[in-house]
Design a protein around this ligand. Structure first.
Ligand code: ZN
Length: 238
């Protein structure tokens, strides 16, 4: 039986769709009822890595180094110029962070079913220097963390700070990125994270230097911490 409230709700949605048409964040086509953020065609064309089912995977290889990671995975491959890459850029540079939250939630729901979050205690976004955050208006990694939290019920820990601003990493080489990421972060309440298994999250992983720098900082402050990592996209290494 269709209840009157459902009919009223659909009517309100239909009117809202006429006044404020909902369009796909990737291709711009009108969304139909039941679609949210992206049309079904674009969803099915996402270049998903499914790397969480492989070990070692390419992200674990990027993060291999001084700090051990228990698990690491990225939702999609990032190829510059691809429609999906433009989606990430829209989220970051054109003030649409809700896309990040939506992608993170969608990814986390899938990962949860595969046990990826088993034993993880909290989500920790890669921090952004407060001046940069003021300029951009948001930290996209925090929106990724919110999406993961929505899907898993895990708390988001705000314990890491970017202690100095730094130039964008986009056009730097691997070594320069690594140099640039060193000693960028500090923990503010080390005791709070003792013994926890933390999931460091960010929007895109390129070389892995930023996540490694966060991990080194956290482990220095609290050696009993265990770490995993998740991002929305992972740049293919040429
Ligand atoms: Zn679309």
């Amino acid at each position: 039986m269709i209840r009157p409230l459902n009919i009223a709700g659909r009517l309100v949605q239909s009117v809202a769709d006429i006044v404020f048409p909902r369009v796909c964040a990737m291709c711009g086509c009108s969304l139909t009822r039941g679609e949210d953020m992206m049309c079904l065609h674009c969803r099915s064309s996402l270049p998903e890595t499914r790397m969480h089912r492989m070990s070692p995977n390419s992200m674990e290889e990027k993060l291999f180094g001084t700090v051990p990671f228990e698990r690491a995975a990225a939702y999609c491959h990032y190829d510059r110029g691809a429609p999906y890459a433009r989606l990430i850029q829209d989220a970051k540079y054109r003030g649409r962070p809700a896309i990040m939250r939506w992608l993170a939630r969608r990814y986390a729901l899938g990962l949860r079913a595969d046990g990826f979050f088993d034993g993880i205690d909290a989500v920790m976004p890669v921090p952004m220097h407060f001046l940069k955050k003021m300029k951009r208006g948001f930290n996209q990694a925090e929106w990724v963390a919110r999406g993961v939290a929505q899907a898993t019920g895990l708390p988001v820990i705000d314990n890491l700070r970017a202690v100095r601003g730094h130039a964008t990493q986009t056009r730097r080489g691997s070594y320069a990125r690594w140099e640039n990421s060193r000693e960028l972060y500090k923990t503010v309440r080390p005791g709070e994270i003792d013994g926890l298994h933390l999931l460091i999250v960010d929007d895109v992983v390129t070389t892995g230097a930023t996540i490694i720098a966060c991990a080194e900082c956290v482990r220095q402050a609290s050696p009993t911490v265990r770490l995993s990592a998740l991002t929305i996209a992972s740049a293919r290494m040429s």
